[in-house]
Ligand binder design. Structure first.
Ligand code: SF4
Length: 290
């Protein structure tokens, strides 16, 4: 199992075998993102990926139920790579339940309906899509590489193909200037994408990123903790997914909560309000992570 540089995976893939089939992110331009800035995007040679899978199968075979395909937007891989990887993953891990990866809207839109359906049929049944915001202006400012409409179309096509979606929003992404519009737009986008899983992370401005330089120049200001909680409150109150498992369990968040939306909306809002009123403790700054 050969890994290059830092690996990132969603919290819910903590027990997955990670196959680093691509290195870096083909976009690598989001202003706040430092995950793959030290990597030049490339797809690893297929024979290396298959060798890793077979070796992991020999070592861990019976224990692996999930495979997460890294790095930042692995869905971009050509179909021949995906077909071989998904087929060998099934052979290597007899108890395999699902394969997932991060994807950009443009990766989904770059595949035909038939290709998406084939990927789902072969086992790629969950995509993690991180529009971060549904506010068109915020999407433009953070250089997300996809519009509101493209994210909605990507979600519709992935769903039609039989894939589930985990949508990720980023509290604070609009700065103080777009805070309200960011929260309202994000609620609208979550409603339109209608994911099975929805999580909110909190923006941390990382030194060396374009966003850090904007912050230094006074061009970007992160909302304070109360402002971030108000964004979370707005998203929870206004988003209308059919039935989504909602989580803020990522280490970046001040308030780890979870439940189903819309079923648990009232209870979740009560917890957020209690946090806003100082009645429950928040995760201290030193305990937060990326
Ligand atoms: S698409 Fe994801 S991995 Fe790529 S630069 Fe943006 S946030 Fe980072």
């Amino acid at each position: 199992m050969r890994y290059e540089g830092k690996l990132f995976r969603p919290p819910s893939e903590a027990d997955a075998y990670i196959l680093q089939a691509t290195i870096g992110c083909s976009h690598n331009l989001c202003l706040y993102c430092a995950m793959y800035r030290d990597k030049t995007f490339r797809v690893r040679p297929l024979e290396d990926n298959l060798a890793d899978l077979r070796e992991a199968g020999r070592r861990l075979g019976g224990r692996v139920e999930k495979v997460f395909v890294a790095d930042g937007d692995a869905l971009i891989m050509e179909m021949d790579d995906w077909r071989a990887i998904l087929s060998v993953a099934r052979e290597a891990f007899p108890r395999l339940r699902r394969v997932s990866c991060y994807a950009m809207a443009r990766n989904v839109l770059g595949k035909s309906d038939a290709e998406l359906a084939e990927l789902a049929e072969l086992g790629l049944t969950l995509l993690y899509l991180g529009p971060e915001s549904g506010d068109p202006e915020t999407l433009r400012r953070i250089v997300k590489g996809g519009t509101f409409e493209e994210h909605v179309e990507a979600a519709e096509r992935a769903h039609a193909a039989g894939m589930a979606l985990s949508v990720i929003a980023l509290l604070g992404a609009g700065g103080t200037a777009r805070s309200e519009a960011h929260a309202e737009g994000t609620a609208r986008l979550v409603t339109a994408m209608d994911p099975e899983f929805f999580s909110a992370l909190t923006l941390t401005v990382i030194p060396g990123t374009p966003m850090a330089r904007m912050q230094e120049k006074g061009l970007f200001e992160l909302p304070d903790m109360a402002g971030l909680l108000r964004e979370l409150r707005c998203v929870v109150a206004e988003a209308r997914p059919t039935d989504a498992l909602f989580r803020t369990n990522h280490a970046s968040n001040y308030l780890p909560i979870g439940g189903r939306l819309p079923r648990d909306r009232g209870a979740i809002l009560e917890v957020i309000d209690a946090a806003l009123e100082g009645r429950i403790p928040l995760r201290p700054e030193w305990a937060r992570g990326l």
